[in-house]
Design a protein around this ligand. Structure first.
Ligand SMILES: C[S@@+](CC[C@H](N)C(=O)[O-])C[C@H]1O[C@@H](n2cnc3c(N)ncnc32)[C@H](O)[C@@H]1O
Length: 169
């Protein structure tokens, strides 16, 4: 989440962090960014990867208003629709469901599995405890017949890493 005192770290902690795993998204994929907030990771991802269609899903009206303004100002057009909805109430399926700083893995599984198209994947941006979070969810993954893995990616220009949990069937 981008807080009011995050200005100095906006670029590396938020924008560059959002694109660190961009190589994991398949060419031309349909993507939904669940709990997009100020547009992270969806907007940087959509700018970097013009082949992707990135839906920004957000439940709070004030943030949706900002997202619509940002998409308009950045001229991202129909390729980046903004949808006001709770993830668990949204109907639609996508090749990739992505999210950042939204909820612990068990809750994400409940919200995001119905949004996955056949063969789809969840890519959740997480911190350094991603492997522990994945291991803790082993029972849940078995129950839903999901395969999980963690990808570590360098955050460009920062010397730091970020981690993505990938879940697939
Ligand atoms: C901590 S913020 C993170 C925002 C952004 N992804 C980021 O990394 O800065 C979590 C966001 O998820 C949204 N959110 C929480 N629960 C949601 C749900 N069930 N469906 C859709 N959005 C949700 C909140 O309104 C908030 O904007």
């Amino acid at each position: 989440m981008v807080g009011p005192r995050e200005g100095d770290r906006l670029w590396d902690r938020h924008v560059l962090n959002s694109i660190a795993g961009a190589d994991l998204f398949g060419e031309g994929a349909s993507v939904v960014d669940v709990g997009s907030g100020a547009g992270l990771p969806g907007i940087p991802l959509a700018i970097l990867r013009p082949d992707l269609r990135v839906t920004l899903l957000e439940s709070l009206l004030r943030r949706v208003n900002f997202l619509e303004l940002a998409v308009d100002e950045l001229d991202l057009g129909d390729r980046v629709p903004v949808v006001r909805a709770r993830a668990e109430e949204h109907h639609g399926t996508f090749d990739v469901v992505t999210c950042r700083a939204v909820a612990p893995l068990p809750r994400l599984v409940g919200w995001c599995l119905p949004l996955l198209a056949p063969g789809g994947r969840l890519l959740a941006l997480k911190g350094s405890s991603a492997s522990t979070e994945l291991a803790d969810a082993a029972g849940l993954l078995r129950k839903h017949r999901l395969t999980g893995r963690v990808h570590e990616r360098p955050v460009p220009g920062t010397g730091e890493s970020t981690w993505l949990i990938e879940l697939s069937r």
